[in-house]
Design a protein around this ligand. Sequence first.
Ligand code: GLY
Ligand code: MN
Length: 462
Amino acid sequence: MFESNIYEERRNRLKKHLQSGIVLFPGNDESPINYSANTYPYRQDSSFLYYWGLDRPGLNAIIDVDQNQEIIFADELTIDDIVWMGPQPSLKEQVLQVGVAKILPSEKLDEVIKNAINKNRPLHYLPQYRFDNLLKLTKLLHKDSDEINKTVSKELIQAVVDQRSKKSDLEIKEIEYALKISYEMHTTAMKMCKPGRYERTIVGSIEGLAYALGSLTSFPIIFSIHGETLHNHSHNNMMKEGDLVVHDSGAESEQHYASDITRTIPVSGKFSSRQREIYNLVLQMQEKAIAAIKPGISYKKVHLLACKILVGGLKQIGLMRGDTEQAVAAGAHALFFPHGLGHMMGLDVHDMENLGENHVGYDAQTKRSEQFGTNFLRLGKELEPGHVLTVEPGIYFIPTLIDQWKAQKRFSEFINYSQIESYKGFGGIRIEDDVLVLNQGCKILGDSIPKNAEKVEEMSAS
Ligand code: GLY
Ligand code: MN
């Protein structure tokens, strides 16, 4: 964890943001796989980590804004816990490390919340995404479970988004550490990709690297010769000569800051000329998008810039036609690029997505598009120094989508359907880096992972 003053300062800023009331932070508990004692790897809630730093189950916390008081509710470990889990620092020691002076037994939380409700004090809490915490809140607040997420505090969400969106130097160091793990995962995968190997052989090795060097992967690894399926989590294919593998993965630093990197690898070690042509177009989309990133530009504008480069390139290849601006305005590019250019990244790989994508990625100036493709853009608003975001354009040939649009003659003024038939089976290509917005421009975080087609080929051959 960071020094205690970091957490104190974060909580003080939050108190200043909110006018009054009580802020309730339910920590995450263990999550069972198939019976209570057999659990998934433990992951604390990211906002809990941000304000309270403590990475263990069994905690809840409140900030009483009016009385300027912070309390952690938890129970000391029993002798049984110590027998099974080994000696642990006392609760008091742990809580002092994050600058909190007051601990109360878990059972006292009910009383404190009841008191606040009786006095009609504002009670702030964030949207809940785990069923056990939803249940916890239904009991504490005496509300139905479907009421809980309808009565969250917009004021708190806004305050948390404002704070967590701007990354400090310490946080950037954490992200860069996660990116060191990504470097190892990606270069290992490039070297291991060979015809005749199964995808899962590589996935097993690189997931092990995430565990060995940090904590967990930041999301389930995407590693597939069917890269046209955007989030393909099955790894059972045998890789063949001529296949392209989309490898999209990330790691978490010990403090749970994420990385998120995508590279596309030719299984045979060399891109075919057709693959190279599409690869270089995706690379151009990514590099031009990164070159456009600076404070004050909306990410929606950067996304649309990438879409225009895509249309321009596909026109040269003969897959699209007509006016580029009009094609993008109509949404014709989404046949090939049906997702957004990127998202914020931090303690969550899709940072703060549990607080609501629109609260994080959009604001009064930038509204979310309803058009297929751009509607999946998670971050659209103006960028500010300190934002960390992903830049991840792609080009995909999705047979079912091609067949559907072709049958509907959708955007046939812009799409050359007869030329696309032979690309079915091509798969997909995505390239992703993580970028920090600076006072001027931006920088790609982490050591450079091979990205030019020739560099990917070189690494694959090594
Ligand atoms: N890299 C996976 C995602 O951004 O959804
Ligand atoms: Mn991503």
